[in-house]
Ligand binder design. Structure first.
Ligand SMILES: Cc1cc2nc3c(=O)[nH]c(=O)nc-3n(C[C@H](O)[C@H](O)[C@H](O)COP(=O)(O)O)c2cc1C
Length: 152
């Protein structure tokens, strides 16, 4: 059975909700999955899993979610050759058209530099500021995770 870790950073709870949908999809695809808040995860843990999935919302103007910043910096010194990886996150395209979900791009770039192979399309989920994640988005994320599971 393939193993995966989902690490999320979330300020108002949306990325955390999406991480739950990723977990559901992976479990349905028979992946042994661990979900952790980035505040409780060390970069050294990542190499214990076959697949590393990082999820961050975007804040400021195209910045990583605050909790993810130190983790992202520490990742620069990590080697993840031979690992599979995927990235997801929510943002608001209407309010931030030029910086929509750029945290997802930042994480994908870093994972690639670490030597991991990104094996699923980068997943950017529209959320309206002040609103939660809608059911359609949760289903989209679950389907993405199930497809990912099949590629592991
Ligand atoms: C002050 C502020 C700045 C934001 N900046 C961006 C941004 O640059 N790009 C984007 O796509 N979304 C941006 N957003 C939208 C958030 O990413 C979105 O609300 C997200 O769902 C929050 O997820 P979280 O609760 O997991 O942190 C911003 C929201 C706020 C309130």
């Amino acid at each position: 059975m393939a193993t995966a870790i989902v690490v999320f950073g979330s300020t108002t709870g949306n990325t955390e909700t999406l991480a739950g949908s990723v977990e559901e999809g992976l479990k349905e695809g028979l992946v042994d999955v661990t979900v952790k808040n980035v505040t409780q995860t060390g970069v050294e843990e990542l190499s214990s899993y076959d697949c590393i999935i990082l999820g961050s919302s975007t804040w400021g103007l195209g910045e990583l979610q605050d909790d993810f910043v130190p983790f992202h910096e520490k990742l620069a010194k990590v080697t993840l050759h031979g690992k599979k990886a995927a990235v997801f996150g929510p943002g608001d395209e209407e309010s931030f058209p030029d910086n929509f979900c750029t945290a997802v791009d930042t994480l994908a770039e870093r994972l690639t530099k670490c030597g991991a192979a990104i094996v699923a399309p980068k997943l950017k989920i529209q959320t309206d500021i002040g609103s939660g994640v809608d059911d359609a988005a949760e289903e989209e994320v679950k389907a993405w995770a199930l497809a990912l599971a099949k590629s592991l």
